[in-house]
Each structure stands twice: as structure tokens, then as C-alpha cells.
Design a protein around this ligand. Sequence first.
Ligand code: SF4
Ligand code: SF4
Length: 193
Amino acid sequence: MDRQGEIILEAGTSHDFIDELLHVPGGDRVRECIQCGICSGSCPVGYFMDNPPRKLFAMIRAGLRDEVLHSDSLWLCTSCYMCTLRCPKQIEVTDIIYGLKRIAMREGKASGAERAVALANSFVRVVDRRGRSFEPELLIRYYMSVDPIGLLKKAVLGLKLFLRGRMPIRGEKIRDLDQLRTIIARSDEIGGL
Ligand code: SF4
Ligand code: SF4
């Protein structure tokens, strides 16, 4: 792995980060990556990433924790699951990227991705309240946290959609919301998704 012109051999690096990823669903498989690059080659947005999946996994194994968590790849990933589908080692690439995203958010290392973080946080709050997504509330929460003026512009569009019966104003809640909250809390405890 090349960092500032320096060659880092995996055998000589700390494996703390890999051990940390054992708590992420699928994270125990990172060591099995054969660096074939099929994930990066299949990724529709890999071209725009600073560290496409193959490189990201090499960096994890090299112990480059900060560089991985600051990577814009985590936020460019569209969760299309193409990498996971095509990986010859059946590594759950997308889910591992989700796990990395959670760690980056928890540690405030998502610089440059504030909007993506705001959207993710808004989504979680809506799901926590209702057990499911509800777009009007999601948009209001998101815009209030990043661009309140932008919300006014969207309100015009929202009103048009509402008048045409395409925008509900009352969202629904699932039954057994407490059960879902218990699952999410348990997942948080074990550091999962
Ligand atoms: S496709 Fe799988 S094995 Fe190949 S580089 Fe990507 S994660 Fe590693
Ligand atoms: S899930 Fe993310 S990393 Fe994987 S191919 Fe799709 S965009 Fe790329």
C-alpha cells in the first residue's frame, strides 16, 4: 500500500482495525479479499471515488484507519450491491461499507459529506418515530438541518404534489414499533448496521 511514497506491508501493520470490523456484519471476511478488483470494476461510481472498494479493503488491511474513515467512497456508494453480487469470494462489500460509514459518523470523520450524514440522520429519526420512511417528514428534517431556505423552495413543489393527491400529509406507523426500536438498540450495542 502506497502512503506518501512509503510501502506498507500488511504483515507489519496493526490489525486493530480489522479486529474492530469483526463487529460489522460481514467484516470478518475482509481478510479473504484476493484484491481481484472486480468490485471496483463493477462499481458504477467507482470512477469518482478516491478509494474504490478494492483499494479501500487494501487500506483496511494495511491499518490505514483514518484514511479509510475519511474516504469519500463511503458517501458516494449508492448501495447498488453490484460489488457484493460479483465478488468471487462472496464478501459483503456493501454492508462493510455501511459499517465503515457508521463508524465515520460516530467519530465525526465524515468531513465533506455533511449533507449525506444529515440525510442519514434524518432517515434514522423518521424510522425511529414511525418504523418506516415517510418522505414529507424526511425532507422537512433534512432541509431544516442543512438548508432551511431550500425547504421553502421545496414547499411549493410539495404543495403542487399535495393538490394532485401525490403527497400524503399523514404518515403511518408500524405496529410493534417498540420491537423495532429494541432491534435497533441491540444493533447499536453490538456496533452492527
Ligand atoms: S471483488 Fe471481492 S475479492 Fe475481489 S477485490 Fe473486491 S472484495 Fe476483494
Ligand atoms: S454497492 Fe457501493 S461500492 Fe458496491 S458497486 Fe454499488 S456503489 Fe459501488
